[in-house]
Design a protein around this ligand. Structure first.
Ligand code: AMP
Length: 281
């Protein structure tokens, strides 16, 4: 595995490879890698000649400075995980390399960045779109792999790609969970042992809501889930919404042809956790 920190060297290396016509699979990450990230690397490995992973904790997508400061950084462990998963190239730029000049890129996401994550994390998706667009221009991948754990992010990246006319193929990959159901996340490391034990409650509520799909409306399910969280004050439920996976707007009923996804964000032990589950399609 080769490591680059400079865009020019990365481009030179990948340029030589593309002269031979091989496909490039790209997995953008913020490091603190776990098996969720590794599942993307393995899928990219299976489908491409060359696998590139980037590790960059993108400051402009953090609306909360404390979250940025506390974001786990585990580069050595990340590199060995990537190496054993068969990654070929890891790109670890610093902030000056990613943002040598001011950010001027502008995207319009309509309501996609006003709901759920967008509502509670203003500016977050602008930061995501800018960094992904810059990384796509640097790596020029054939395929890019994103996890459905960040369900709304996939919708935003698709919209950004439409606006830029990107030729990259976006591959959305399933959520990898811990044995107790908690969605794997770099932020899970920040939970105390006690909070970590309790955290599976979030996925349990997602599955509880899903068990009601054939007897209750989306509004009734939402009410029930809110009630459950009220009984557990250690969790602060930021949102629980059942939305159309295309429009991200709340669904009023379940019907064939519309994929309904329940999305949730919860604070536990001063850590913000998100998850989602397909309810109906
Ligand atoms: P991050 O490092 O959090 O920016 O995540 C990098 C990529 O890994 C994103 O596309 C995430 O959606 C994906 N990812 C993170 N956690 C998981 C998970 N538990 N299962 C699948 N993909 C994930």
């Amino acid at each position: 595995m080769i490591q680059f920190s400079k865009v020019s060297e990365l481009k030179l290396f990948l340029g030589q490879l593309s002269d031979h016509g091989g496909s490039v699979g790209f997995v953008p990450t913020m490091g603190a890698l776990h098996q969720g990230h590794i599942s993307l690397i393995k899928r990219a490995r299976a489908e491409n000649e060359v696998v590139v992973c980037s590790i960059f904790v993108n400051p402009i997508q953090f609306n909360n400075p404390d979250d940025l400061k506390k974001y786990p950084r585990t580069l050595d462990a990340d590199l060995s995980l990537l190496e054993s998963a068969g990654c070929d190239v890891v790109f670890v730029p610093d902030e000056d390399e990613m943002y040598p000049e001011a950010v001027t890129e502008k995207f319009n996401f309509g309501h996609l960045d006003k709901v759920m994550e967008g509502k509670f994390r203003p500016g977050h998706f602008d930061g995501v779109a800018v960094v992904v667009n810059r990384l796509f221009n640097m790596v020029a991948p054939t395929r890019a792999y994103f996890g459905l754990k960040d369900f709304q992010q996939v919708a935003i990246v698709k919209a950004m790609m439409k606006q830029t006319g990107s030729p990259v193929r976006l591959i959305a990959c399933d959520i990898v969970r811990e044995p107790d159901g908690l969605a794997m996340s770099s932020r899970n490391q920040r939970l105390s042992a006690d909070a970590r034990k309790k955290a599976s409650f979030i996925y349990q509520q997602l599955t509880y809501g899903k068990s009601l799909v054939h007897t209750k409306s989306p509004a009734q399910i939402t009410e029930r889930v809110f009630e459950r969280f009220q009984e557990h004050p250690e969790f602060e439920l930021e949102y629980f919404e059942i939305v159309d996976s295309e429009t991200l707007l709340p669904v009023t009923d379940f019907h064939r042809g519309t994929q309904a996804v329940a999305c949730i964000a919860v604070w536990l032990d001063q850590v913000r956790l998100i998850d989602n589950l397909v309810y109906f399609e």
